[in-house]
Design a protein around this ligand. Structure first.
Ligand SMILES: C[S@@+](CC[C@H](N)C(=O)[O-])C[C@H]1O[C@@H](n2cnc3c(N)ncnc32)[C@H](O)[C@@H]1O
Length: 371
């Protein structure tokens, strides 16, 4: 794929974009084989090479009358509204947003002078339900003006379902703050993956590549069906993707996640699906430490830092029969597996959520040996 922003050195987010996709997959597969030298790997699950991202995180730069959406590379403002990773509908959405910024007179935040209000635009898309839009602002100064002009934007953009303002008052390179104002009638966006409808809302993690995420959850179902677990835990469950795919009337499922807003989404999805899942907003390690009995199947999908020593040790003493580990960081995955010596990998597969980058999502099924 040719990308002008990469060729000119203005955007380095996709360092392998000029390599053939087959070579990219071969490189990632070879890296995965180093972690599992003995295991015949499954074939990688590929992605579309363009238009696969369901969300955009845009830094807002320029001025209120000439806004630029993209990234700041050193001191250069790089317009990424034509980035090929976004589905085509994003370009029209960005154009509407640029007009809206002008209309409201939202001054982009300037890092050097610390003036201005609008820091980021965060935009998510679901084929089922439409758009979720978040304005990340420095203060509440323009909140009333955004509210006032929002009906006009919604009229032009009927599929704009959820609109919020997030406050991030600090002068730091962080994407969002804690306070969120919901400006639309709806606060959650529905997203369908396979036969499961998930809910997402601001401050809840959702996989970036919907098609590959659907394949990941379906594979989790396929690999674990024969195990017939009676009890499943989904630790780091987010909005409940794994738990909702694995739930059935015969199995008792518990989902644990630190973000209360993600747990609200997961709980609503379970209710609408008519399945009983015990979703709780807790720290995963604290939950495992306090548990008296192990599940038959433990699903874990931690952030990039991995499970860590203490949770791995707890898993070793709890002794669940099977462990399904979905990792977005093969380095911490390899480290965690060294701390889980009782578990033997049975199957491993690369899910290419992030083409053109070095990032890899890996699913591994492990069984406990020697009991
Ligand atoms: C890679 S995401 C996985 C989400 C989910 N499994 C999915 O498929 O979308 C990792 C999740 O771990 C959550 N998390 C981070 N630290 C946590 C902790 N200490 N205890 C429980 N959940 C945590 C994050 O909020 C995030 O939702």
């Amino acid at each position: 794929m040719y990308c002008e922003a990469f060729a000119s050195g203005k955007c380095v987010s996709c360092p392998h974009i000029h390599q053939s996709y087959l070579q990219q997959l071969q490189r990632k597969q070879a890296q995965l084989q180093q972690i599992f030298p003995e295991l015949p790997l499954e074939l990688p699950c590929p992605s579309e090479t363009a238009h696969f991202r369901n969300k955009a995180k845009m830094v807002v730069m320029g001025s209120s009358q000439a806004p630029v959406l993209g990234i700041l590379n050193a001191d250069e403002q790089v317009d990424l509204t034509a980035c090929q990773l976004y589905p085509t509908g994003f370009q029209q959405a960005f154009a509407l947003l640029i007009d809206f910024i002008r209309l409201v007179g939202l001054e982009p935040y300037q890092l050097d002078s610390r003036r201005g209000e609008l820091k980021f635009i965060l935009l998510s898309y679901s084929e089922l339900d439409g758009w979720l839009l978040r304005f990340v602002l420095r203060s509440q100064h323009h909140l009333a003006a955004i509210r006032k002009h929002l009906p006009a934007l919604q009229q032009q953009w009927p599929t704009l379902k959820v609109v919020t303002v997030n406050l991030q008052p600090e002068h730091k390179a962080i994407l969002e703050g804690e306070q969120e104002f919901v400006l639309s009638a709806e606060a959650m966006l529905r997203q369908q993956l396979n036969d499961v409808v998930l809910y997402l809302q601001p401050q809840s993690f959702f996989q970036t590549n919907s098609a590959v995420a659907a394949a990941l959850y379906q594979t989790a179902r396929d690999w674990t069906a024969a195990l017939k677990p009676a009890r499943i835990w989904d630790l780091f469950c987010g909005v409940g993707g794994f738990a909702l795919h694995l739930a059935s009337p015969e199995v008792q499922v518990t989902g644990i996640e630190i973000s209360a807003s993600a747990i609200d989404c997961a709980t609503r999805a379970a209710l609408e699906r008519g399945v009983s899942i015990d979703f709780r907003a807790l720290d995963a390690t604290a939950f495992a430490d306090a548990a008296a009995q192990a599940p038959d199947l433990l699903v874990v999908n931690p952030p990039r830092r991995g499970l860590g020593q203490s949770l791995c040790q707890r898993i070793e003493t709890l002794k669940p029969k099977a462990l399904l580990y979905s990792s977005c960081n093969p380095i911490t995955l390899a480290k965690d597996l060294q701390s889980l010596p009782a578990y033997q990998p049975q199957r491993a597969q690369l899910f290419d959520m992030f083409p053109h980058t070095d990032h890899a999502e890996v699913l591994v099924l492990l069984l406990r040996q020697g009991d």
